[in-house]
Ligand binder design. Structure first.
Ligand code: ADP
Ligand code: GLC
Length: 510
């Protein structure tokens, strides 16, 4: 058995994203901070991910020799680079990160696609290769994990390969490191679903690139209405599956929230659960944040007022303390409720900006129509400012400088920004869904309790009404607003609790 010591596990995180190396969304934050939190509990955690073009090779160390990865129709050769993910949370050990370097698959701009090709045509092959390479990496470095922890559809073939081949293969002639194959015998797999809306569904003509037989296509549950579904096969093959909040786990078991995978998830019974993400409290902490003009905390909020002024100045808005600033940072995708906010002719943003005494600032990028509508709207309204693009620095200033944070998500597996907001004394205005329901408590006008403003049904009207409610409270219930801010700031959103729950999940699987 490959255990590192009493109760300590060897864990390999297989992922397409991890900060600070590559990020398109919260997956990257979650994987890195979970890894560091598990490492600080004493587990031996390593990460493996592709070496995309944007990951500078000069900052990595190359392992000696090339690595062969058996693929349908032969072997693909790649190089392995490595770097340490610096210990972020207090007491965390650095986490060794490996990069699979293959020019043909990853030597291009974009993680999953680019403007011209939003979903690269060869994605089924790119990520089948990556998942196979995870096993070859272990052989190359002679390190066999107890737990193979796969994240989302790009890594979902890891549990499939483990169950249908790698675990049982005694000797293989196609691998350069074949003599150690049996070392995955005791390994188990965990699949974390960060977003059920992305499943890796492709034509089954691409199934050949997995190198698996057609019997496995059906046994492992790849079949999906005459297509091939990577995430579905991962759900059926993994020893344990979880998603990133308890409430989202429940929602995905229903037909409405299951994205057609509610059946396979229900079939997994007790093996499927929800564990709430944490946040990296070293990166997202107003008392230590170097991106904001002055630090602040629940005990001394002066720095928040300075951040608000700086934010207003950045966007050229009147620097008034009286008017509330509503902030938003988002991938501009349908998941985030952007249709009801910015949809041409019916979106609510135009009306609430015109009718309410507020300032609205947005940072985001994504769907072209939304970028266009937002730019257009910002050109017409004096109190709506937007930056289309991606900026780590500005995202910190928006979190600190806003009074409210808007997240009208259609669905939200966990959501990180509402937790950043709570930590920064910025009151979330959110839809009552997924992880947002697990992390925000609705304002009770009678008692003054709560940490945010919530609505149930997504529509332009309910966004409008809830923003109206928050703005009303801002002008009329100042004491409640101040108490809500402080309540949010004193909650614990660190990874400690969640990392313990993952350790428990591993133990159940192992
Ligand atoms: P999702 O992963 O669905 O996009 P999350 O709330 O889990 O949603 O995580 C989103 C992460 O990406 C947060 O860390 C957020 O601050 C960040 N983010 C999203 N868009 C931008 C942007 N345009 N600039 C900077 N950070 C962004
Ligand atoms: C996904 C989800 C988001 C979650 C993140 C990290 O991108 O959309 O809700 O917070 O993954 O788990």
């Amino acid at each position: 058995m490959a255990k590192t010591g009493e109760n300590k596990l060897k864990i390999l995180m297989c992922t397409s994203e991890a900060v600070p190396f590559a990020k398109t969304g919260g997956l990257a934050d979650a994987v890195s901070s979970l890894s560091l939190a598990l490492a600080s509990l004493g587990h031996e955690v390593r990460i493996v991910m592709p070496r995309y073009y944007a990951v500078d090779r000069d900052r990595l160390k190359k392992l000696e020799g090339a690595m062969g990865v058996p693929m349908a129709g032969g072997e693909e050769w790649c190089a392995i680079y490595t770097a340490e993910l610096p210990g972020g949370q207090t007491g965390a050990k650095p986490v060794q990160t490996y990069f699979i370097d293959h020019e043909g698959f990853f030597g291009r701009d974009g993680v999953y696609g680019n403007a011209a090709e939003p979903d690269f045509l060869d994605n089924p092959r790119r990520f089948a290769f990556f998942c196979k390479a995870c096993f070859q990496l272990c052989r190359k470095i002679g390190w066999y994990p107890d737990i193979l922890h796969a994240h989302d559809w790009p890594a979902a073939l890891v549990p499939v390969f483990l169950r249908h081949g790698e675990k049982y293969r005694a000797h293989s002639t196609s691998s350069s490191f074949s003599e150690q194959n049996e070392s995955f015998e005791k390994t188990v797999s965990v699949l974390t679903i960060h977003n059920l809306g992305y499943q890796g569904i492709y034509s089954k003509d691409s199934f050949f690139c997995t190198g698996l037989g057609w019997d496995v296509f059906y046994q492992a549950g790849f079949d999906d209405w005459n297509m091939m579904n990577y995430l579905k096969a991962g759900i059926i093959s993994a020893d344990r599956i979880n998603t990133v909040s308890p409430n989202y786990a429940k929602e995905t078991l229903s037909q409405e929230g299951g994205f057609r995978l509610d059946g396979p998830l229900r079939d997994r019974g007790e093996a499927y659960s929800g564990i709430l993400n944490g946040i990296d409290t070293e990166v997202w902490n107003p008392a230590t944040d170097t991106y904001i003009p002055a630090p602040y905390s629940a005990e001394n909020m002066k720095g928040k007022a300075r951040a608000k002024k700086a934010l207003q100045k950045y966007f050229g808005l009147p620097e008034s303390t009286k008017v509330p600033v509503v902030g938003m940072i988002s991938r501009l995708a349908e998941q985030k409720g952007i249709g009801d906010l910015f949809g041409p002719s019916f979106g609510s943003a135009f009306s609430f900006c015109v009718n309410m005494d507020l300032q609205f600032v947005l940072l985001g990028s994504g769907e072209a129509w939304a970028e266009h509508e937002i730019t257009n709207l910002a050109g017409r309204l004096a109190n709506f400012k937007a930056e289309i693009g991606y900026s780590e620095e500005l995202s910190h200033l928006i979190e600190a400088g806003s009074d409210f944070f808007l997240m009208p998500s259609r669905y939200e597996p966990c959501g990180l920004n509402q937790m950043y907001s709570l930590a920064y004394g910025t009151i979330p205005i959110v839809r009552n869904t997924g992880g947002l329901s697990d992390t925000v408590q609705n304002y009770n006008q009678k008692t003054g309790e709560g940490t945010g403003f919530m609505f149930d049904y997504l529509s332009p009207n309910s966004i409008y009404d809830t923003i109206g409610w928050a703005v009303w409270a801002w002008y009329n219930k100042k004491k409640d607003i101040d108490a809500m801010r402080l309540r949010g700031m004193t909650q614990d959103f660190s990874w400690n609790k969640s990392a313990l729950q993952y350790a428990e999940l591993y133990r159940k699987a192992y």
